[in-house]
Design a protein around this ligand. Sequence first.
Ligand code: NAP
Length: 308
Amino acid sequence: MSLLLIAKNRDMNSLKEALLEIDPNLDVEIWPRVENKERVTFAVSWNHPEKVLQNYPNLRAVSSLGAGVNHLLSDEAISEDISLTRIVIPSLKDQMAEYVLNAVQNYRLHTARYVDQKREGFWSKHEPIPKSDCTVGVMGLGEIGVEVSKRLLVNGFEVVGYSRSKKLIDDVETYLGDELDEFLSKTNVLVCLLPLTKETNGILDLDIFKKMKKPSYLINVARGAHLVEEDLVYALDTGALNGATLDVFEEEPLPSNHLFWNRPKIMITPHVASITDPKEAAGLIVENYKRSLSGMELLFEVDREKGY
Ligand code: NAP
């Protein structure tokens, strides 16, 4: 039996090393040079080319190399009898909590404007936006959203949250399902940490931006397809939104001629908000590989019905 590591544009050698450090007897293959496809029973994927996995007849489970699984669910070649899992490790939550806190602080302290002013050699002061005008609304109170909420709370921000089912988090007012408008009416800074599903695709649209409490700001760290790009531009131009920090995009890398690049109100990072640490992920991958070999329930298994 062997374990396959498969990714487009990502070096999987450090993950292979980390896996072998845990168990030197593992047989680990890295796509595309796979010696024996029949022996592969477990794959770890990050944006694998569609349909490639149908060439592995004994595949039992596929783990995403990250927290998101939309790239697995969108590949119809991964049949329903193959279990899907994902990576949930402390460092993924911690990095995201730091990223979001940083983005909120940069917004309220006008960091991007000062970077522009320095480039232009221009001295001008801007009042920080008070924390009372920066209530953060976290959309998606899952593994990462809860950690982000707690980090914001200890740094003195008011936090409200929105999820599919009711969540109880100390000091966070939580909303669910059809309470979206109420959640938005309390939210100045909207942080998207939803999984990408049929229901959440395109959820960040003009209607949502208009319903937010003013002044308002968007942070999208989930998936590019959550955002209706033209609606963001319109919202910024009409003042419905003051600005946005985006880490994820419909097309990645963001094309060099994309209109977001020239918008001073949009802060861009290249999908780096939270990156899987191979050493930390290796333990969970080995555990799930061994569980799959012995037919046990996998950790952090994806619910195909829910889509996450
Ligand atoms: P998770 O544990 O699966 O949590 C998802 C949350 O979203 C849950 O609270 C869920 O509600 C809620 N939700 C799902 N569908 C909803 C809907 N239609 N309406 C309202 N709430 C809904 O996911 P996670 O591990 O926190 O990760 C979240 C996402 O972050 C990932 O899917 C990935 O796309 C993104 N991410 C990005 C990066 C990056 O570097 N940019 C890194 C890691 C992750 P329930 O609790 O009621 O089920």
